[in-house]
Design a protein around this ligand. Structure first.
Ligand code: ATP
Ligand code: MG
Length: 419
């Protein structure tokens, strides 16, 4: 038997009702805040991710699915969506007529990480990004929208962590202080961090190796190095969230795994998923549009881990069940033929109807109806059919009604719709 690839998974029919539910709530919330959907390709030129995510990141160093296509061009299965959104924004000159764009996208991402619970090699993200706005109010609004999404999904075990990562004006001073600190801790760092600490010291703050984490206690904190503008920006974000009663924690050790972040950075963490506790992450990336060849335009966005969100949503909600409204138990060839047409009409009129064409006994058909958890069963027997009627049974009350086959579809619709 051919099995799926390690780290990949099927989202089975029983789970996809929940996925659709989450997607529906997200879409309607985002649309109310003025976001429009953008659909992007899954393959991009490798260069795009190298330049945006950064060479010294885990993603680019070791997690990307990169291969030459048949002509030898290097292409990559996207590990995240922001780079593609920015590429598209620039390529289609979205900045020209109206630089302010609020975009969202939902789809698969690929990272060759070690598979484990909550960590897959193909996983899904829900992304929302605002391009062309530098006001801190948009940072606050985006965080609020994200928090409200969790509320609407009745997910309670989450907390919002916020930090500022500074900007090109104030970061060099912070980086210098950090580098100095790192050189005093060199022996305690993992090999990866030792390699990165010179070129890109901020990466070390994001390392998950326990000995590195320990070595980093007492490291300089970005918040202490913010310039006046960055400080003001951060204050407005946090004050606005306070005013709107959005609970959050300032987490001065929070940095993001990608190079392009500036100023506001945030994460939503949960206590329900064990080690894989980040459900969403995001932040401002004011330099990226320019770095990828566009005009200087600020931007901010977030990515929700859909797989992890689905898991905690399932923990907080009773499962959404898709059961049939009506199951048709037809016995005998003529009954099945007659029932077939009614069933088609009922489906087309919006009543979720199932029929079994096997011609088995009433007993086994009723068993099947019970297994499907059908709300009603319509029993179509040859004898009743000859007399021009069928039986409709309410599976909860066990009440049975005789229904005339004249205008059957309308009769059944009327009975089921006013329930
Ligand atoms: P982590 O710290 O868990 O590796 P990350 O910082 O790499 O997360 P981001 O790049 O910020 O993650 O992506 C946003 C969200 O996507 C994460 O918060 C997480 O919920 C989800 N995510 C990231 N990598 C995976 C993965 N391999 N499998 C499932 N979900 C993932
Ligand atoms: Mg990661």
């Amino acid at each position: 038997m051919i099995q799926l690839i390690r780290g990949f998974k099927d989202i089975l029919p029983e789970e996809s009702a929940l996925w659709q539910h989450i997607e529906g709530i997200s879409r309607s919330l985002f649309q109310d805040f003025g976001f429009k959907e953008i659909r992007l390709p899954i393959l991009e030129r490798t260069e795009l991710f190298k330049r945006s995510i950064g060479e010294d990141t885990d993603i680019v160093e070791k997690e990307m699915y990169t291969f030459p296509d048949r002509k030898g061009d290097l292409i990559t299965l996207r590990p995240e969506a922001t780079a593609s959104i920015v590429r598209s924004y620039i390529q289609h000159k979205m900045y020209a007529a109206n630089p302010v764009r609020k975009l969202y996208t939902i789809g698969p991402m690929f990272r060759r990480e070690r598979p484990q619970k909550g960590r897959y090699r193909q996983f899904y993200q829900i992304n929302a990004e605002v391009l062309g706005v530098d006001s801190p109010f948009i940072d606050a609004q985006l965080i609020l929208m994200l928090v409200k999404l969790f509320d609407r999904l009745s997910v309670t075990d989450v907390s919002t962590h916020i930090n500022s990562l500074g900007c090109p004006a104030c970061r060099p001073e912070f980086k210098a202080a950090l580098s100095e600190f790192l050189s005093s801790k060199r022996d305690q760092l993992c090999e990866n961090c030792r390699n990165r600490s010179g070129r890109n010291p901020m990466r070390v703050l994001d390392c998950k190796v326990p000995s590195c984490r320990e070595a980093m206690t007492g490291a300089p904190v970005v918040l202490d190095y913010l310039c006046t503008d960055c400080r003001r920006h951060f204050e407005i974000v946090t004050h606005t969230l306070d005013r709107q009663k959005i609970p959050f924690k300032v987490d001065k050790h929070l940095v993001r795994g990608l190079d392009y972040y500036t100023r506001t950075a945030f994460e939503i963490l949960t206590g329900s998923l064990g080690a894989q506790n980040a459900v969403a992450g995001g932040g401002r990336y004011d330099g990226l549009v320019k770095a990828l060849g566009g005009p200087a335009q600020p931007a901010i966005g977030f990515a929700i881990g859909f797989d992890r969100l689905a898991e905690i949503t399932a923990l907080n909600n009773t499962l959404i069940e898709e059961k049939p409204e009506l199951f048709v138990a037809a016995m005998g060839e003529e009954s099945i033929a007659a029932a077939y047409e009614w069933v088609t009409d009922l489906c087309l009129s919006g009543i979720r109807t199932e029929i079994d064409f096997s011609g088995r006994s009433l007993k086994s058909l009723m068993k099947r109806a019970n297994r499907l958890n059908a709300a009603h069963v319509m029993i179509v027997g040859e004898n009743e059919l000859k007399q021009g009627s069928v039986i409709l049974r309410d599976m909860t009350t066990k009440e049975q009604k005789t229904i005339s086959v004249n205008g059957l579809v309308e009769n059944v619709k009327a009975l089921l719709k006013d329930r």
